[in-house]
Design a protein around this ligand. Structure first.
Ligand code: FAD
Length: 341
């Protein structure tokens, strides 16, 4: 049974500041953290509140400094060996304790495997409102977080408000916002970095990491060039792979191609895949369904190769080539190779 009755039990005025979770693993920060920090500034400018970076891990002073150099007003750090490598139970317990103790009004977390894994462990016991897989954020005139995300199969964008509970939490898709620049000249006062009490001990944790094995996963969200294949290639990836090599591009796919098992799911672009914003996106044998477009419409130059002149993808392309991919791709690859010697 919930201890806090729905719609009451807390004084919303007790909650202030926007928190951004800075996700790091062994000193490496996930790019989405800096994207959220940049976007979080827009919210704090409107709210007139502080932007607070939250760093959990081991030996994370450098990460805390970088967060300040990227625009955080303050940093909270929970530094302890229990947090490395990541496990959901110590992270969730620590994060929840900090939220309950310090009462932020908004908490932004990257929608990575890690963020999705532990966000619920904070939101449910803290009686917070959590919107998952958000693609746009803003605050309204009452200071409420407007968390937008695709709904009904991607046909509409729903705006979700959490009026009665705090904090207002959101997990946000990597790649939808741009990270800001780091300013190494920022002067850092000692009082802007706060080490919080670590509330978890190794003996409290339920899980132990014995081994880490990483399969064929790829981070296409950071790619500058992408060659993506769809159902139209009918399992013949070779022409696209060669073109990708000639362009120095990463390979990606529509859901149809992933569902067929031609390519790993970590390379799927779209509503239920990744959001990408490369300089160049080449779509091969992809029809241009709205759920796919949603993941690539922030790309720079889009080139579509499709044998159907009426394929919707051409409406989203800067250059369209009507033809069979099996002929068009090798011609392009050949031209590029000749050009590059
Ligand atoms: P198709 O629509 O089958 O298109 C194949 C294209 O290849 C056609 O345009 C055809 O003209 C062309 N073609 C055929 N032969 C050739 C040839 N020889 N040479 C050149 N072109 C050729 N989809 C995603 O991609 N990403 C998502 O994240 C995603 N999420 C979804 C979430 C929901 C809730 C739902 C309902 C759907 C989602 N989809 C997603 C699926 C989406 O609706 C489409 O079904 C899918 O994108 C179609 O993939 P496709 O374009 O590769 O295949």
């Amino acid at each position: 049974m919930s201890e806090t009755p729905a719609g009451s039990g807390i004084d919303i005025d007790d909650y202030e500041d926007v928190w951004v979770f800075i996700e790091e693993h062994a000193g490496e920060v996930m790019p989405v953290s800096w994207e959220l920090l940049e976007e979080g500034k827009k919210l704090t400018d409107k709210l007139g509140q502080d932007l607070v970076a939250l760093v959990i891990g081991e030996d994370i002073d450098d990460v805390a400094e970088e967060a300040l150099e990227r625009g955080a007003d303050r940093v909270l750090i929970a530094d302890d060996p229990v947090f490395e490598p990541y496990r959901a139970d110590p992270y969730g317990a620590q994060f929840r304790a900090m939220v309950e103790d310090r009462k932020p009004t908004i908490v932004l977390i990257g929608g990575t495997h890690t963020g999705r894994d532990f966000a619920g462990r904070v939101a449910v016991p803290a009686h917070a409102g959590l919107t998952a897989d958000v693609t746009e954020i803003d605050v309204d005139e009452d200071g409420l977080l407007q968390a937008r995300r695709p709904a009904f199969g991607g046909d509409i964008l729903a705006t979700i408000l959490c009026e009665d509970h705090r904090p207002q939490m959101a997990t946000i898709r990597p790649g939808v916002f741009e990270a800001g620049e780091r300013d190494a000249d920022v002067e850092i006062d000692d009082d802007v970095i706060t080490s919080v009490d670590v509330v978890v001990e190794e003996s409290d944790t339920l899980s132990e990491v014995l081994e880490r094995e990483v399969g064929d996963t790829a981070d296409i969200t950071e790619a500058e060039r992408i060659v993506a294949v769809g159902a139209g290639v009918e399992g013949d990836l070779e022409p696209a792979v060669e073109l990708a090599e000639a362009l120095g591009a990463d390979l990606a796919a529509s859901r149809a191609a992933v569902d067929e098992g031609w390519i790993d799911g970590s390379r799927q672009v779209g509503q239920t895949g990744k959001t990408v914003r490369p300089e160049l996106y080449v779509a091969i044998g992809i029809s241009g369904a709205i759920q796919h477009i949603e993941g690539m419409n922030k790309s720079g130059t889009v080139i579509a190769i499709n044998n159907d002149p009426n394929a919707p993808i051409f409406e989203h392309a800067d250059y369209g080539i009507v033809g069979d991919f099996a002929t068009v791709c090798p011609e392009l690859t050949e031209t590029l190779r000749e050009r590059d010697g």
